[in-house]
Structures are given as structure tokens and as C-alpha cells.
Design a protein around this ligand. Structure first.
Ligand code: CP
Length: 294
């Protein structure tokens, strides 16, 4: 019942429950209700924010935490994820947080009823549900209400798992989503759900300007333009940031490539919520762990 492998699993009511729980954890900071229970983190792709904020959340809940070292795990000897998870269940692991490069594996594991409750820490280019939840919390904290807001996601749309989960969740909560970025990084399937606009239209109309990292590690070919050209054509330059509406905020899921999708100046600016997103990741992941263990 506590699995979160895709954002679409959650009803609007469940999302609202997680937002309330995250705000409660923000106020109280820690809890002992689940102390002594065992969870595991399996990150088969690099991560700083997601892995550490899940660990920090688990520590604040007093959990016993096992971390799989990808390079030293038996998956390198051919063990399947299914068998790895059954092994962890036999060791008393109740919840497994997993980041995978491959798409759809977590859903398959869920359907197979594998041992621990499963939480996605990001999957392929298609799904990052807890990032979408913490982004939603950040937007709600700032504006009070998400319904009616216009959120622009700009950059490497095609390769961003954040876009896929955020689009689904923001629409569920009543926001309008705009997409923008280079032609070669469009995701036509998503444009049934969101208008594709120029970056200048996004800058001038969005309440939330969410910049996306160019995910070079997922590209089949080298970027056909220089970093400077990318920044000037598709990035939040100093000049573009000054044309944002006065009430608008800037977000970025991280990690940031400074001077590529966003100018240094805006990374540090007071209207930018990057570090608030990281802090909200802690509270939201406490809420997600609580739900998984309850
Ligand atoms: N936003 C995000 O997923 O960052 P990490 O890759 O550092 O976890």
C-alpha cells in the first residue's frame, strides 16, 4: 500500500495527505514512531540530493539504514533486482528506495509482489515521483495554492524524468504546464498534455520557471551547439531572468550546470528556490517513508 513507483499511483487526496505530512515533519523535525525498523537504499545511478535526503529522512525517523554499494553488490555478478530485493526482505528490510537507469522495472517488481515496499528514487527518463512531490510542496509553500498557476519547464525535456512526473502531478493539482527548449530535446508525447512555447514566452508568462539540466549522459550524440550558444538560446540568462514577472519564482531540481541552463546570478538569487527544494526533499521523504511504514 505504501509503494510509490510512479506519481500516477497517487490520488489527489493522497498527494494532499503527503503535503500535510511533510509540513508536519517540517515543524517537528523528527519522530520515534518507527524507530528500529530497517530500510534500504539501492542507487544504481549517481545521486547526491535524492540519496542523501532519503538517508537524512530515515535517520530522523530513527530507522536502521542499509545502503547498497552498487559497485560491490552481487548485481555485478548477474543477480537480478528481484532476487536482490527478496534477499533484503529476508534480512528484515521493510522499505527499499531504488534508483534505476532502466524504465519500468519498479512497476514490474511491484506487480510481482516482491518483498519490501518500493519507493522510486528516480527511474530512467520517465519517472521521479518524490522530486515531483517536493517540487509541489515548494510551489505550494510559496504561492499558497497550486491550482491556476502556470509552470514552465525549460531545457532538456526529452531526457528529464523530473518533467514526466512533474507534468503529471502539476496537472492533477490544477496547474497549467508549458514546455520549452531546443527542438532536438522536445518530447512530442508530452505535448498532448502541455503547450510547447518559446523560452521568451515562458519567461514572460510563467509563475514558476523550472530550468532543467542538459542530461548529456543520456544523449546518443554530442550536443550540436556550444555551451555558450545553448545558454544564450535556451538558458535563463541574466537578461531573461530580469524579464520574469515580479511575483515569479525560479526552480531547478539539481544538479545545476551553472552557465548552461541557468546563469550563476540566478542560482544564487533570492527568488530562486533551489535550496528550499532540497530542504523540502527531506520533509517530503519523511512523509513518504512514514506512509510506506504505516
Ligand atoms: N534532483 C535529483 O534527483 O538530484 P540527484 O541526482 O542528486 O539525486
Amino acid at each position: 500500500m505504501g509503494d510509490i513507483t510512479e506519481i500516477k499511483q497517487l490520488t489527489k487526496g493522497e498527494v494532499e495527505g503527503l503535503l500535510e505530512a511533510a509540513e508536519r515533519w517540517r515543524k517537528v523535525g523528527q519522530g520515534r514512531e518507527f524507530a528500529g525498523r530497517t530500510v534500504a537504499n539501492l542507487f544504481f545511478e549517481p545521486s547526491t540530493r535524492t540519496h542523501f535526503s532519503f538517508m537524512a529522512a530515515q535517520q530522523r525517523l530513527g530507522l536502521h539504514i542499509l545502503n547498497l554499494n552498487q559497485g560491490h553488490s552481487s548485481t555485478t555478478k548477474g543477480e537480478t533486482l528481484y532476487d536482490t530485493l527478496q534477499t533484503l526482505a529476508a534480512l528484515g528490510v521493510e522499505v527499499a528506495v531504488i534508483r534505476m537507469k532502466e524504465e519500468g522495472v519498479l512497476r514490474t517488481m511491484r506487480e510481482q509482489g516482491v518483498g519490501p515496499t518500493l519507493i522510486s528514487g528516480g527511474e530512467g527518463t520517465s519517472s521521479h515521483p518524490t522530486q515531483a512531490l517536493l517540487d509541489l510542496l515548494t510551489i505550494k509553500q510559496h504561492f499558497g495554492e497550486v491550482k491556476g498557476l502556470k509552470v514552465a519547464m525549460v531545457g532538456d525535456v526529452a531526457h528529464s524524468r523530473v518533467v514526466h512526473s512533474n507534468l503529471s502531478l502539476l496537472k492533477k493539482m490544477g496547474a497549467t504546464v508549458l514546455l520549452s527548449g531546443p527542438e532536438a530535446m522536445r518530447a512530442p508525447a508530452l505535448e498532448k498534455e502541455a503547450s510547447y512555447v518559446s523560452i521568451d514566452e515562458a519567461v514572460e508568462t510563467a509563475d514558476v520557471m523550472m530550468m532543467l539540466r542538459v542530461q548529456l549522459e543520456r544523449h546518443q550524440q554530442a550536443l550540436p551547439l556550444s555551451v555558450e550558444t545553448y545558454h544564450q538560446r535556451y538558458g535563463l540568462t541574466l537578461e531573461r531572468g530580469e524579464r520574469l514577472q515580479s511575483h515569479s519564482i525560479i526552480m531547478h531540481p539539481g544538479p545545476v550546470n551553472r552557465g548552461v541552463e541557468i546563469a550563476d546570478y540566478w542560482v544564487e538569487h533570492e527568488r530562486t528556490k533551489i535550496l528550499a527544494q532540497v530542504q523540502n526533499g527531506l520533509w517530503m521523504r519523511m512523509a513518504v517513508m512514514e506512509r510506506a511504514l504505516s
